[in-house]
Design a protein around this ligand. Structure first.
Ligand code: SAH
Length: 242
């Protein structure tokens, strides 16, 4: 499970970082990525890690979520709220079942957790392929950050131990391109849409967000990615010739 990265975005309380590290280690997960934590390292974090300080000392620091998920092929964002998003919302069990299929494939997977008070921004959610919502009391659905990490890691651990024991049916697997590559595709797509005057940069509306959500849902693999980049380049060349 070394390729599963738990990513905490702008955590305010260092104690929550420590408690999340502890939650991870109890479930056999080790890779922690921190995006702009308010205070880190911190004695509070170490105390709450209660022996999981190895995870804290190996945690990597990132300035943006885009940087933290750049090498990931699947990115899941956790959220208590169902916003007006077109992306799939999974339970922790379904997400764990999905990622456990990649147990032998060495693909990087990111699971993103938001700020204590405000969760994740829309721009951050756009970097996620799918959402995870932990089923909870609809009138009181916001768990403590480390408790949310615990539940998600528990499901991952359970799914992986089951999959390790059973021989998996050899289903064809689509392994998407890395996030950083996908972001380059989005920039190319945007430029191309401006070139063909479908997108007005002064009045962009929600076009790029909706296109990103659509492509996030598809999860393009490397061949599809190369093909789409080729399509965009061909369109741009034709415009230039004219
Ligand atoms: N007021 C914030 C709550 C943040 S709770 C909001 O509405 O978004 C801090 C983080 O814990 C969340 O960003 C999410 O990563 C995780 N979390 C808490 N409860 C959750 C739930 N029921 N399902 C999924 N993630 C949850």
């Amino acid at each position: 499970m070394k390729n599963i990265h738990i990513i905490l975005v702008e955590t305010t309380h260092p104690g929550n970082i420590g408690a999340s590290a502890r939650a991870m280690k109890t479930m056999g997960l080790y890779s922690l990525r921190l995006v702009n934590p308010k205070i880190f390292p911190s004695a509070d974090a170490t105390v709450r890690a209660a022996g999981a300080d190895d995870i804290l000392s190996e945690a990597t620091l990132h300035e943006t979520l885009a940087d933290a998920v750049g090498d990931c092929k699947f990115v899941y964002g956790t959220s208590t709220r169902k916003r007006n998003l077109q992306c799939e919302v999974l339970s922790p069990v379904s997400m764990a079942g999905e990622i456990s299929k990649f147990i032998y494939d060495n693909v990087n997977i990111g699971i993103v957790f938001g700020r204590e008070r405000t969760g994740l921004t829309n721009t951050e959610l756009d970097l996620c392929d799918k959402m995870i919502a932990i089923p909870a009391n609809p009138a009181f659905s916001s768990l403590n950050l480390a408790s949310a990490v615990q539940i998600v890691c528990y499901e991952v651990m359970k799914a992986f131990s089951v999959n390790e024991q059973t021989t998996m049916i050899d289903m064809p697997k689509v392994i998407p391109v890395e996030r950083a590559e996908l972001e380059r595709f989005y920039a190319h797509l945007e430029q191309c849409l401006i070139d063909v005057e479908f997108l007005d940069p002064d009045k962009p509306r929600r076009l790029m967000r909706r296109l990103k959500q659509m492509f996030n849902r598809i999860g393009m693999d490397q061949n599809e990615y190369n093909m789409m980049r080729g399509v965009l380049t061909a369109i741009q060349e034709k415009i230039r010739q004219r």
